[in-house]
Design a protein around this ligand. Structure first.
Ligand code: ADP
Length: 190
């Protein structure tokens, strides 16, 4: 794909990974940058969607899949209308992620936000791992429920090895490479 050929098209950046891997943190930085550089941006955060669109759904495989399909449905509508969509959701099952990929087509950009379970548990941003390991939360992804990593994500980010800013920069660089974003002149290096 030549640089710039997709400029102005919508896209879905789909962040998948364990709780605490860094999806929300990177999404927030990327969102700010995209608001500065393109017109329309929308964020669909799994935790927030579960309080409205997916209210009442639990964490069985069926409910998780329903949640992901709903997010994918909205992301698809927005993408078709030229919006830059950022999805941040654990979305642990490959089959349903791949179904969303088929629905959205070429404008689906899957980003595997990857950190070892031990690192996520150590970060324990929301205090959930402590409870999951104590058996107080059942069906917790990575602890007592499966996570199926993507086999061919457009981008694989290892958040234990770089800063959130570096990770976010790799996302916008991918959008530039795919032609959705114009390239910004690099400051000259000494
Ligand atoms: P998630 O949304 O995947 O559940 P969060 O973004 O809420 O995860 O939490 C990730 C934590 O990891 C934050 O405390 C963040 O500061 C830290 N972190 C360290 N390095 C990175 C990185 N490269 N990218 C994203 N987060 C990082």
């Amino acid at each position: 794909m030549e640089d710039g050929t997709r400029f102005g098209r919508g896209f879905t950046l789909w962040f998948t990974g364990l709780s605490g891997a860094g999806k929300t943190t990177i999404a927030e930085i990327v969102e700010k940058e995209l608001r500065r550089r393109i017109g329309m941006v929308e964020v669909l955060d799994g935790d927030i969607v579960r309080t409205n669109l997916s209210k009442g759904l639990g964490f069985s495989r069926e409910d998780r899949d329903t949640n992901v399909l709903r997010i994918g449905f909205v992301a698809n509508l927005l993408t078709r209308n030229g919006v830059g969509v950022i999805v941040s959701a654990i979305s642990p099952f490959k089959e349903v992620r791949d179904r969303v990929r088929r629905d959205i087509g070429d404008d689906f950009i899957e980003i595997f936000v990857d950190a070892p379970l031990a690192v996520c548990a150590e970060r324990d941003v929301k205090g959930l791992y402590k409870k999951a390991f104590a058996g107080e939360i059942l069906q917790f992804t990575g602890v007592s429920d499966p996570y199926e990593p993507p086999s061919a994500p457009e981008l694989h980010i290892k958040t234990a090895e770089e800063t959130p800013q570096e990770s976010a920069r790799r996302v916008t660089a991918k959008l530039e490479e795919l032609g959705y974003l114009g390239r910004v002149e690099e400051p000259s290096r000494v």
